[in-house]
Design a protein around this ligand. Structure first.
Ligand SMILES: Nc1ncnc2c1ncn2[C@@H]1O[C@H](COP(=O)(O)OP(=O)(O)O)[C@@H](O)[C@H]1O
Ligand SMILES: [Mg+2]
Length: 368
């Protein structure tokens, strides 16, 4: 049996022209994330939404050429700005106003009961760490019926995906001939990240509209099973992608992560305001790196104190307490495991188990 490789794919696509520039699509560097799995081939064509329609023929031609290669069972080519991605970037001047949000909610949410967004105004505060560990702690829980709670985890940070490292995922997701991408299961969670498909350096160069398209495709084109809770690890900031999420994704509740510095709260405040504007309930504020244990077990505060408390009081949102700066968390990360699995008796694991209970209880009230 002949085996298919990246080189053969690129060869097969050479000569296909960009509908606008007339250049070879290979030389235009729009081809991203080639995935080969048991003869199933997939990749992305990253194009601006304005020319997405013109690209449909190219997309089909790509699929046709790849399918014709010996050893290929299926070919799935995805435009990162397919029509399913709304043109949020367009001014909307010709439209009769935006359709009501519920009309445009992706169909995948018929299978997903609730969504928690883990957010913060800026990066490096431990959002991904919290998202992964909260999801893992939720996945260990049992629902009222004694069944485990079905958890999905979506890394919505297209610019800086974290899941490959945090969960030690080095394989590519499986594809099938129904054009679906399969989530990768880790620690009883169904997980997906653009980092499973696109190499780190490539992910960084994505521009706004492509990012929105990619996020929606990670919802629509992924074969998500029935889930009780989907945990979304949001990228930092309050820009386009957060807006897409607010408009297109029925977020049940948001968890806002902050750090103890009082000076850092401006970003957090902006994030909270955004959720308030879209009427997304905020489950609470978690203060990360709140303290670190001193040599005699005392609490040291290398990053100051009071930031979380202050913003909670100011915005009237629940303060969910602190997570210490904990070397065990770093060790777990280096091992590619959630801390609730790596060191279930650790203080950090305790914090996440408690947090999972809080979220689960809050969601009981928030979901119909
Ligand atoms: N409580 C903590 N204790 C120790 N290390 C932490 C803690 N929270 C986060 N980190 C580390 O800080 C870095 C940034 O965390 P990350 O979760 O990637 O932040 P974000 O997603 O907000 O950018 C990572 O290296 C992570 O392992
Ligand atoms: Mg992150």
């Amino acid at each position: 049996m002949s085996t298919i490789d990246e080189k053969k794919i690129i060869e097969a696509l050479s000569g296909l022209k960009h509908p606008q520039t007339g250049q070879d699509i290979i030389s235009e560097e729009i081809l991203q994330g080639i995935t080969i799995r048991d003869g199933n081939v997939g990749f992305l064509l990253a194009v601006h939404p304005d020319i997405a329609e013109a690209f449909e023929d190219v997309r089909l031609a790509c699929e046709e050429r790849i399918r014709a290669l010996p050893g290929v069972l299926s070919a799935t080519v995805v435009l990162t700005a397919h029509q399913s991605a709304p043109s949020l970037s367009s001014s909307g001047s010709s439209s009769k106003g935006k359709p009501p949000p519920d009309e445009t909610i992706p169909e995948v949410f018929n299978r997903i009961k609730s969504v928690i967004a883990v957010a913060s105004g800026k990066g490096g505060v431990g959002k991904s760490t919290v998202a992964v560990n909260l999801a893992a702690a939720l996945a260990q829980m049992q629902g009222e019926d004694g069944q485990s709670v079905k958890i999905g985890l979506l890394d919505a940070d297209i610019y800086g995906p974290s899941l490959p490292k945090l969960l030690n995922v080095t394989e590519n997701p499986e594809l099938d001939e129904t054009k679906k991408i399969y989530p990768i299961e880790r620690f009883s969670m169904q997980t997906m990240s653009i980092g499973y498909m696109v190499k780190e350096a490539q992910a960084m160069v994505w521009r706004g509209p492509m990012v929105q398209g990619a996020l929606l495709q990670m919802l629509n084109d992924v074969a998500w099973p029935e889930l009780d809770i989907l945990v979304l690890d949001l990228p930092p900031g309050t820009g386009d992608i957060q807006l897409t999420i607010a408009q297109k994704i029925p977020v049940t509740g948001a968890l806002v992560v902050t750090t103890p510095q009082k000076l850092a709260v401006a970003d957090v405040r902006r994030s909270i305001n955004m959720f308030d504007k879209t009427k997304t309930p905020i489950i609470g504020i978690l203060e990360n790196m709140a303290w670190m244990a001193g040599p005699n077990g005392e609490r040291l505060h290398p990053f100051g104190t009071g930031g979380g408390d202050m913003i909670a009081a100011e915005t009237l949102k629940p303060f969910l307490g602190g997570l210490p700066l904990d070397p065990t968390l770093q060790e777990a990360t280096d091992a590619g495991q959630p801390v609730v699995i790596y060191a279930p008796d650790s203080f950090a694991a305790e914090v996440f188990v408690k947090l999972a209970k809080t979220v689960n209880a809050a969601f009981k009230d928030l979901t119909p």
